[in-house]
Design a protein around this ligand. Structure first.
Ligand code: MG
Length: 155
């Protein structure tokens, strides 16, 4: 079992991409890659379950090769490592913490995208979100965070 966390700032002039899905919003996540906070938390959970560190060690943000990188492509690499290590996914559960926009209209698209990227059935992927009740940097709309938990099986 592995758990993952990530947080990125929300800034004007960036696209908002969550779980590989573009979400219409006036700000987007800032970062070295496409800053897909949901996929970053998910990759950290997968790497954690395998005992293989975190995305910072696998994809250092000091490496120009990862500037603007698609997080979906990075997830593909992590899934490859998982298969090489002889693991499969039992289930994955992700939570996005965001004040705005409302994410429930996008749950189905994000769930389908995660299932496709991890090559598993949608039935074993769950997506949900919560707000910070207006409190703190997330509550003020200046950041977004994500949490993920995954359970792996051998074979
Ligand atoms: Mg990140």
């Amino acid at each position: 079992m592995g758990q993952g966390f990530d947080l990125h700032r929300l800034v004007p002039g960036r696209k908002l991409i969550l779980g590989g899905v573009p979400i219409p919003h006036e700000t987007g996540l800032s970062g070295h890659s496409d800053a897909d906070v949901l996929l970053h938390a998910l990759m950290n959970a997968l790497l954690g379950a395998m005992g293989k560190g975190d995305i910072g060690t696998h994809f250092p943000d000091t490496d120009p090769a990862f500037a603007g990188a698609s997080s979906a492509r990075l997830l593909g690499h992590v899934i490859g490592l998982m298969r090489e290590a002889g693991f499969g996914i039992v289930n994955a559960d992700v939570t996005v913490i965001a004040q705005r926009p409302r994410l429930s209209p996008h749950y189905a698209a994000i769930r389908a995208s995660l299932a496709r990227l991890m090559e598993v059935s949608k039935d074993v992927v769950n997506v949900k979100a919560g707000t910070m009740e207006g409190l703190g940097s997330i509550g003020e709309g200046n950041a977004m965070a994500a949490l993920a938990v995954v359970l792996l099986r051998e074979g």
